[in-house]
Write a protein that binds this ligand. Structure first.
Ligand code: FAD
Length: 404
């Protein structure tokens, strides 16, 4: 990419002019030496973890972020004492001790456990599918009764499932599929499950116990003070420029540092010259209610197709430790078709998109001093723990340990 090839020259030119202006500082002008060691594009989780580790290793770091806030999609905003998850509900969970120890240096977590519910035809069901769900659906009370019911319901195929519907029917049978999967999936993907590839649901967790903890990980919780508290500490004493889109003045920003860490969309980095990658996006709408408790749970899924939203999120339940308020905010999450310029939430990892991504990634690998990281640059959905682990590993690979 030409702009990166010019990077070293640009940086040198910028350094020379800066040196002329600051000659009293007696800076060495003989070698390439920018103001910063790293320019990090994006103040989301990947960029912020990388920035913290590099800074603690004595590197000079500049972070630029196009939004008006830090935290990327994990950002929480406080209103009336409630930490609102601005870009969808975020529950931190991990079994990776290195990751857990790392994040706990920068915030403390409460003991929130994710126990979502689903509504179908005005009836409530426990998630993930567990003994309580089977009781609610079929009235069964023992694991053997539930197992028998599941076996009666499951579709038997003598060939691999050809689409998502067949895959779901072979895994959980008709009742669970019709009540809790079909409508939700149609809303989520804006396509009929028969037209979606079976790989989207490789497996559906089924528990023959009454355990309704959504995650199996050893550690789980939400930061006290919301995720923004975590990001404030991660980025403490680091130069951050908000409201800056790197692509609007690449030359200038590239001239600021020796090395670049890019966490934005990989196709945008190459001006989409081989085409666009596809994403799914979401619309979030807040409603404030004059009651201290609206739905009694942080997350409730809406499975019926005629209801446009897929989830209602009542944020105050993420932080039950906060002082009680007499109002509450509930956010509806509605999938909408994505087009360029909208927030890209979920990559659509089908064969065409993955092949295009590989070509862009190969080009990026040839650019010296460029590191790609995070969900947009790597074009894959990653939970937060995976993003933290990836930033720690990347730093280690270039000789920067996440110091204890
Ligand atoms: P981002 O958070 O997207 O950060 C990238 C940043 O780069 C953004 O702030 C963006 O504005 C900025 N940027 C991009 N381009 C430019 C540019 N040109 N110039 C300047 N800045 C730029 N994970 C969990 O572990 N648990 C959950 O419960 C969970 N729930 C989720 C719910 C939803 C709806 C979604 C979408 C994701 C969820 N995740 C969850 C995943 C989590 O959001 C990601 O793991 C995490 O946000 C990824 O961090 P990131 O730094 O890679 O990307």
């Amino acid at each position: 990419m030409a702009i990166f090839e010019q990077h070293k020259q640009l940086a040198k030119r910028h350094k020379e002019s800066t040196d002329q202006q600051n000659s009293h500082q007696n800076m060495q002008n003989t070698d390439f030496d920018c103001c910063y060691d790293y320019l990090i594009i994006g103040a989301g989780l990947y960029g912020s973890c990388f920035a913290r580790i590099a800074t603690d290793q004595g590197k000079r770091v500049l972070v630029v972020e196009r939004r008006q806030h830090i935290g990327g999609n994990c950002y929480t905003e406080e209103e009336d004492g409630i930490h609102i998850h601005r870009y969808g509900p975020h529950i931190f969970h991990t079994s990776n001790e290195v990751v857990w120890e790392f994040v706990n240096r920068y915030c403390t977590f409460n003991n929130f456990i994710n126990t979502p519910l689903a509504i179908s035809k005005n009836e409530l069901f426990s998630l993930p599918f567990n003994m309580l769900t089977f009781h609610q659906l079929w009235g069964v009370t023992t694991p053997s009764e539930a197992e028998e019911k599941l076996n009666q319901q499951r579709l038997q195929l003598d060939r691999p499932a050809q689409n998502l519907e067949e895959q779901a029917l072979t895994l959980v049978g008709n009742d669970l599929y019709e009540r809790l999967i079909r409508g939700y999936t149609r809303k989520q993907w804006k396509r009929d499950p028969k037209e979606l590839p079976p790989e989207i649901i490789k497996r559906i967790p089924i528990r023959l116990t009454y355990n309704n903890n959504y995650f199996n990980d050893r550690h789980q919780g939400i930061p006290h003070g919301g995720y923004t508290a975590l990001f404030n500490t991660l980025l403490k004493n680091i130069d951050v420029r908000l409201g800056v889109d790197f692509h609007e003045d690449r030359e200038y920003w590239l001239s600021q540092a020796n090395k670049i860490v890019y966490t934005g969309q990989i196709d945008q980095l190459f001006n989409y010259d081989l085409g666009e990658l596809e994403y799914r996006t979401l619309k979030f709408e807040d409603t404030w209610h004059r009651t201290s408790n609206y739905q009694g749970n942080a997350v409730i899924n809406y499975c019926d197709e005629h209801i446009p939203h897929t989830r209602l999120i009542e944020h105050k339940h993420f932080n039950p430790e906060i002082v009680e308020t007499n109002q509450t905010v509930v956010t509806s999450e509605t999938p909408v078709a994505w087009k360029r310029g909208q927030t890209p939430y979920y990559p659509i990892n089908n064969k065409t998109n993955n092949a295009l991504y590989e070509i862009y990634a190969e080009r990026a690998r040839k650019i010296p001093n460029l590191i790609l990281g995070g969900r947009l640059a790597e074009y894959q959905y990653m939970d937060m723990h995976a993003v933290v682990a990836s930033a720690i590993r990347r730093c280690q690979a270039i000789g920067m340990q996440a110091e204890n």
